[in-house]
Ligand binder design. Structure first.
Ligand code: FES
Ligand SMILES: [Fe+2]
Length: 335
């Protein structure tokens, strides 16, 4: 699959110039590296084109990635620029066809993002992160990155769980939901200009809606898909509580394993970053065992009655997500 969407592959702070970093996305082993401290990240398939050694065993020399086996060196775009075994030859330069397999890479929101090289002339779709675009709400400016969390299921299962509210009273009882308030209110699914499903308004009762909440409150949620493996929710409780937003970023490590980060956006300055991270780890720690119990691990895209799972009316955002994945041809982690 070669869909033009970025996925996170590592925390940006974990990628130091001196040390190439092994990563993984879409079942492909990758090496992430930087030519210098603070330089933009690069991503290659973690396999030297000479004899297949792992490039992540190498090191960065003079802004180039040097293979640990015979020392071939590659510049950021992937071109081989030095073959030490031939260094005695006058005027030798490696032919332009000698290249590592480069993916695209960029850094945003404390993460290193990668995308497979798209078809000629096109670029990966914008990450559509946390900035107000095409009608997205203005989000609180304090940002706290949480994760990574590894979970043994497909990325679409993780995204669908993030969009699902009917589990709150069971999986997050006492936090995000209550067994006294299980009914899912009526809500409308719309689609943005890229066809991504979104729910502009969804009301829910929550016993403890956030790490800062002292008691229960009605909360106005909104949900939107940012990409096939990323989503954003905003929540605003009644009264004077500050609004919050949570972005979910999934990296499909392979079809049935996912690495997850969250970005919390909040105006609340009363809690330290670690307290926010602890709350998110608690919530996701409640989700993970259920996620890992789901069979099949890949998200079934077949319609109900055609071998797919059963839906009820409360699941219409999930259904819209499945339909959108199918329309995109986002088959990684689906069945
Ligand atoms: S395998 Fe990388 S330089 Fe030979
Ligand atoms: Fe959950």
């Amino acid at each position: 699959m070669n869909l033009p969407w970025w996925v996170p592959a590592a925390g940006a702070g974990d990628l130091r110039a001196a040390t190439p970093l092994a990563a993984r996305a879409f079942g492909e082993e990758l090496v992430l590296w930087r030519a210098a401290e603070g330089a933009a990240p690069s991503a290659f398939v973690d396999r030297c084109p000479h004899r297949g050694a792992r490039l992540s065993r190498g090191r960065v020399e003079a802004g180039q990635l040097e293979c640990a086996y015979h020392g071939w060196r590659f510049e950021a775009g992937g071109r081989c620029v030095a073959i030490p075994a031939l260094s005695a030859l006058p005027d030798f330069t490696p032919p332009a066809t000698h290249r590592a397999c480069a993916w695209q890479a960029l850094e945003a929101h404390g993460l290193v993002w990668v995308a497979q090289a798209p078809a000629a002339g096109s670029a990966p779709l914008p990450i559509h992160l946390l900035d107000p675009i095409d009608g997205a709400p203005m989000l609180p400016s304090r940002r706290v990155l949480c994760g990574p969390f590894d979970v043994a299921t497909s990325a679409p299962r993780v995204v669908e769980n993030f969009l699902d509210t009917a589990h709150f009273g069971f999986v997050h009882e006492g936090f995000l939901g209550s067994r006294e308030q299980l009914a899912v209110p009526d809500y409308r699914v719309l689609h943005d200009a890229l066809g991504r499903p979104m729910v502009p308004l969804y009301r829910a009762w929550q016993p403890r809606a956030s790490s800062a909440a002292q008691g229960g409150a009605w909360v106005d949620y909104s949900y939107r898909l940012l990409g096939p493996w990323a989503a954003l929710l905003t929540k605003k409780a009644e009264g004077d509580m500050p609004g919050e937003a949570y972005a979910l970023w999934c990296c499909p490590l392979d079809e049935e394993t996912t690495r997850v980060w969250f970005t919390i956006c909040t105006d609340d300055a009363s809690l330290a970053d670690d307290a926010l991270r602890d709350f998110q780890a608690t919530i996701f720690g409640q989700d993970a065992p259920v996620l890992e119990s789901q069979r099949p691990k890949r998200l079934p895209l077949a319609a109900q009655g055609e071998g797919g799972e059963l839906h009820c009316a409360a699941d219409r955002l999930s259904v819209a997500y499945r339909r959108w994945l199918a329309a995109l041809g986002a088959t990684f982690g689906t069945c």
